[in-house]
Design a protein around this ligand. Structure first.
Ligand code: TRP
Length: 338
């Protein structure tokens, strides 16, 4: 049974097409996803419906949804092994989202920290979608009967709520949904901002963020300016608490070269930050070069991308449809005769 295709567990994650991918996304998540493709039945989708909870430029959203898919493929997510699609192409997400809204409590949604954060940031647009976002996310996950959901710390609360919704529904109507677990990768670095190394690398801080599509000169410049510390000896050793900047650069260097912290400390012993920072920059340039070139090649191939997301949506729809049909029946909707 172990090697049987059907015995593979299902893993699913959504990605909001709200910006270009950066080094933190790559080293912290996607690189790992590419490596588990054979172990799980994997679904990854561009969560374009979720992105609408914050105002978007329609043209940009359309461009980014496809460009991001290209970047994921360039990072090693093989469309032959993973089901890659756009959320809005599988209409069951919105439909199950509505149903699950009716099984998600106002109080639960009010406690979501992401809702509180995003409402504070978008005070002029605290819309209903922003509030009910977790019910749609629960639908995304439960439609595929996912066993595992790889998410960052910021999405743990939404995953917990998804479990609660699934359990609530199963208790009311009998076993309907698989109750999913968060997936914590065995490896995976948490990459911090180059400018503020105690905060996570984020696209909202472009100077501290290395985008996968940045040109080599740009990457080198960002690393030369990386914040370190006031250690006059410029010692390169790992101390995440007292030397967060150096620790972050060491993590990045280790992730892209495979070298251990010990080896890195020896390599830069007595050399100082002036040698260390550009060396990390060069290593990142070399690691990202093939990814950027591949992403540019794929982004230009519109027909190929369309084929990938068409195949992905067809495969996803097949599974999604089965779950939705079961749910409609359980809650008392009349079966559609056509
Ligand atoms: N909420 C996630 C984020 O902002 C994106 C997302 C939407 C997602 N649906 C999902 C993640 C389902 C995992 C599973 O990052």
């Amino acid at each position: 049974m172990e090697n049987n295709e059907n015995a593979k567990k299902t893993l699913l994650s959504g990605i909001q097409p709200s910006g270009d991918l950066h080094l933190g996304n790559f080293l912290g998540a996607v690189k790992n996803w590419a490596e588990i493709a054979d172990e799980f039945d994997c679904y990854y989708f561009m969560a374009d419906l979720h992105t609408l909870t914050v105002r978007q430029d329609p043209k940009e959203l359309r461009r980014r949804s496809v460009a991001q898919l290209a970047q994921y493929i360039a990072c090693g997510l093989d469309p032959e092994k993973n089901t890659l699609f756009l959320q809005s192409h599988v209409h069951e997400h919105a439909e199950l989202g509505w149903i699950l809204n009716c099984y998600t409590m106002f109080g639960e949604l009010s406690r979501m920290t992401q809702f509180k954060d995003k409402s504070a940031k978008n005070a002029d647009n605290i819309n209903g979608g922003l509030f009910t976002y977790p019910a749609l996310m629960a639908a995304d996950i439960l439609l595929y009967q996912a066993d595992f959901v790889p998410v960052g710390q910021d999405q743990k609360q939404h995953c917990e709520l998804t479990r609660d919704i699934a359990i609530r529904f199963n208790n009311l109507y009998g076993e309907t949904f698989k109750v999913p677990e968060p997936y914590i990768p065995k490896v995976g670095a948490r990459i911090m901002s180059l400018g503020a190394p105690t905060s996570k690398m984020s696209k909202s801080d472009p100077q501290g963020c290395v985008f996968l599509l940045d040109k080599p000169e740009e990457i080198a410049r960002k690393f030369k300016r990386a914040v370190t510390d006031s250690d006059t000896e410029h010692c390169v050793y790992y101390d995440a608490e007292n030397k967060p900047g150096v620790a972050n650069l060491m993590s990045i260097y280790s992730s892209v070269t495979g070298k251990t912290f010990d080896e890195i400390e020896k390599e830069f012993d007595g050399k100082g930050y002036g040698v260390f920072k550009p060396a990390v920059g060069d290593a990142v340039v070399e690691a990202l070069r093939p990814i950027r070139e591949e992403a540019e090649r794929i982004m230009a191939d519109k027909a190929y991308l369309q084929q990938v997301y068409t195949d992905g949506a067809q495969k996803a729809s097949y599974i999604a449809r089965k779950t939705l049909r079961k749910v409609y029946k359980k809650v008392g909707l009349v079966e559609k005769p056509f």
